[in-house]
Write a protein that binds this ligand. Structure first.
Ligand code: C2E
Ligand code: CA
Ligand code: CA
Length: 731
């Protein structure tokens, strides 16, 4: 029972619609109104021409007064022409905005003034019992109807003009007027249809005008179906009632008319047709309404997916920035009290690695929930990954962030999660949200590894570094194209002879503006913006080219090790890129070592495992970089086939004073030997360190003690001078 009722309520349009659906229906209505306005204009122009030829001209030539004739035969067409024009313009200039546009303002004024002019300047066309086929009762009804239309139009016209001027002055939009204009126009059309058809009927003609007007109004009025039934039903019943009730029987002016009128009874067949017409029309209106509602729902679903972040249901970044832009423009209080926040979760990667992606997603959803609770009165969204953005006010901000941090902190008892939040204070109403967020992001990035710091504000002192970062992002393509990316070479030596057995290739960015940039200034930022593959591809090629030139000119050549970022395997087919370069420059495979850092391998991301296998299959040597630096997992050693382990330089930092460090290095080297892997220790700066490493059996050493990373020419220079000796067993 309840279901049936709900269904009926749905069919009749009683259900509660969302704001979006209402707006969609309204927009569709406005669209049909613009078409209908256009049709009215065409029709009325045509009628004016017709009237001038068929009525005014002959009567004028017969000696009639032109002005009177003009008023008599064209006034109603002028009314409709002007209102149609106004309606069309009004709908054409329709926009969903908080301010009124010039176009709308003018079209509304046209409509208002048309109404007032019509009632004020043009005279009433009154009916008397001497008019053709019109009884005194009919004349009475028609005159009453006319007066009502006139008064109605006058009041509406004046109200529209005043209201429009008032709103225009206040620079606000006029949502109510949209309805007022359409409904008034509808009512005038209906009254006009009844009025003309009533006199047509008793004059022996068909009631086509009424039917046309009803269809016309039906097209204008696709509001809720029950409203359509009400308005159309009332007009049908009203008209029918008028026809039945006032069908003559009073004193008529002449007998012929009486006879013709009495002969015009409504037959039962006509009544049935009349009702059928009403039913078909309302059915069409129902069908259009429900069709539009369906469209609205579909487009809502589409729009939702374009606006929402799929995982968390918050606004996605694009939509967030769009809304933020609008919001910033409308800020009227102190602009610097408004801030953009960039919230990043510290240790989320570790959480993901250890708890799995599903748990990671669940955490992000929970975090989205915390943010929407704590910042419920602000604008917030998800940027990407574990990055969230908020546009809020500074009042109580620190407390809110601490509250958020506490919640995040408590989420997992073992993994230390916390937030890093960067804030950027707005300076003007024209600020670009993306730039602002980027600055907040930069500030957050500065406290990335500082557990105790939750919040940092972007300030002018950060500006230079920030711009350098921005410069890197914007110029990576230029840098690659113009050869600003240059490989430097740092020798690796045998621990026993200290002769050079290979070189690590380390990127330098020789910039025309900033001079030499070091990897810490461009590698992390390129990784963050997923552009690192561009640099790596360039470096790989430059290194291959150097090798080729070296071989061609008969210089001593040692293998080079290339640094691969984890993202290289996601952003390009890194193995394929390397292999085709090696082929292009005809570099023997044993002259290339691939370095992959330990932290890149902590989760078994499928493509990565495959890539590691292919590197080995193709015959390149695979080196594990930075062993022991991050969240080490010995599984990495088990799961992949490394040839060499590079022990992270942090182990050396307190080698001399710490027995523990020494033991640890000793153990790592022994372990590596047991599983048939060779060892290299990086960051060797002192002879004491070098001797110790040699003693405990580390095969290779790399560090400032032997050489800093240098340009190719410097390297050859040193070799020539004998400062560096190239080993004859390099592989
Ligand atoms: P990494 O691969 O661990 O490279 C070793 C870094 O330690 C180099 O820094 C090197 O200059 C520095 N180093 C070497 N010996 C010593 C020493 O005795 N003492 C000290 N204090 N440092 C030493 P660099 O060149 O600044 O590179 C930093 C990081 O940037 C590299 O760390 C690597 O992860 C990354 N990187 C460099 N070039 C590239 C590249 O072409 N592609 C990718 N993806 N990453 C690169
Ligand atoms: Ca390396
Ligand atoms: Ca390293």
């Amino acid at each position: 029972m309840k279901k049936t009722l709900r269904f009926l309520a749905g069919v009749l349009g009683f259900e509660k619609l969302s704001k979006y659906e209402n707006e969609y229906l309204h927009d569709s209505n406005i669209r049909s109104c613009s078409y209908m306005g256009f049709i009215v204009v065409l029709l009325e122009v045509w009628m004016l021409i017709r009237q001038s030829y068929s009525k005014i001209l002959p009567k004028y030539q017969a000696g009639g007064d032109l002005y009177e004739l003009f008023i008599k035969y064209t006034s109603k067409y002028w009314l409709f022409l002007l209102i149609g024009l106004g309606l069309m313009l009004f709908c054409l200039f329709y926009e969903r905005s908080k301010k009124i546009s010039k176009g709308r303002f003018i079209s509304l004024l046209i409509i208002g003034i048309a109404c007032v002019l019509y009632t004020g300047v043009l005279k009433l066309e009154t009916f008397t019992q001497t008019s053709e086929g019109i009884t005194p009762v009919m004349a009475g009804i028609m005159n009453t109807m006319l007066v009502t239309i006139y008064v109605f139009l006058f009041v509406i016209g004046v109200s529209i003009v005043i209201y429009t001027l008032f709103k225009y002055y206040k620079n606000k939009n006029l949502v109510i007027l949209e309805h007022v204009v359409i409904i008034s126009f509808t009512l005038v059309c209906l009254a006009f249809g009844i009025f003309v058809s009533y006199s047509d009927f008793w004059g022996g003609k068909e009631i086509i005008c009424f039917l046309t007007m009803v269809i016309y109004v039906g097209c204008l009025l696709i509001y809720r179906p029950y409203i359509t039934i009400l308005i159309l039903g009332a007009s049908f019943l009203g008209f029918y009632h008028i026809l039945l009730t006032y069908q003559g029987g009073l004193s008529f002016a002449n007998q012929e008319v009486i006879i013709s009128n009495i002969a015009r009874q409504i037959t039962s067949g006509d009544t049935v047709n009349y009702i059928t017409f009403f039913i078909s029309l309302t059915t069409i209106c129902f069908a259009i309404y429900h069709g539009r509602l369906n469209e609205a729902r579909k487009s809502k679903a589409l729009e939702k997916s374009a606006k929402e972040d799929q995982l968390t249901g918050l606004y996605n970044y694009n939509y967030f920035t769009e809304l933020a832009k609008e919001q910033i423009e409308n800020i009227t209080d102190n602009i610097s009290d408004h801030v953009f926040l960039f919230i990043d979760v510290h240790n989320f990667k570790a959480f993901n690695d250890q708890r799995g992606f599903e748990a990671g997603d669940k955490f992000l959803k929970t975090l989205a929930g915390y943010i929407s609770e704590i910042f419920h009165d602000s604008l917030y969204g998800r940027q990407a990954d574990d990055h969230f953005v908020v546009l809020t006010k500074t009042d109580g901000l620190i407390e809110k962030l601490n509250q958020l941090n506490d919640l995040v902190h408590k989420y997992d008892e073992e993994i230390l999660l916390c937030i890093n939040c960067g804030a950027y204070h707005l300076n003007s109403n024209n600020e670009d949200p993306r730039m602002a967020i980027d600055r907040a992001r930069y500030a957050a990035y500065l406290i990335k590894n500082r557990f105790e710091t939750v919040y940092i504000e972007y300030d002018k002192t950060m500006s230079e570094a920030y711009h350098k970062r921005l410069y890197v992002i914007n110029n990576i393509d230029n840098a690659v194209k113009n050869g600003w990316i240059v490989p430097f070479y740092q020798p690796v030596v045998w621990s026993d002879t200290q002769e050079v057995c290979s070189c690590e290739v380390l990127a330098r960015w020789m910039d025309p503006v900033y001079g030499q940039l070091f990897p810490n200034e461009f590698i992390p930022v390129l990784e963050e913006y997923r552009l690192i593959h561009k640099l790596d591809k360039a470096i790989f090629e430059a290194a291959c080219k150097d090798l080729r030139e070296g071989m061609d000119s008969g210089k001593p050549v040692v293998p080079v090790s290339l640094n691969f970022s984890r993202l290289d395997f996601e952003l390009m087919d890194a193995v394929e890129v390397l292999d085709s370069l090696a082929t292009k420059y005809q570099i023997p495979k044993d002259l290339i070592h691939v370095e992959v850092t330990e932290s890149a391998l902590t989760d078994n991301f499928g493509a990565l495992v495959e890539a590691m296998d292919r590197i080995k299959e193709l015959g390149y040597s695979l080196w594990l970089d930075d062993f022991g630096s991050g969240y080490s997992s010995l599984n990495v050693l088990k799961d992949y086939q490394f040839d060499v382990i590079k022990i992270d330089m942090r182990f050396l930092s307190n080698l001399e004073s710490s027995e523990k460090s020494r033991t640890l290095i000793d153990c790592i080297i022994q372990m590596a030997n047991r599983i048939n892997m060779l060892t290299l220790t990086e960051g060797v700066e002192t002879p004491v360190q070098a001797n110790f490493l040699k003693k405990v059996g580390c095969d290779r050493l790399q560090g400032y003690l032997f050489s800093k990373p240098v340009a190719k020419d410097v390297l050859y220079d040193r070799i020539e001078k004998g400062e560096l000796v190239v080993s004859d067993k390099c592989l």
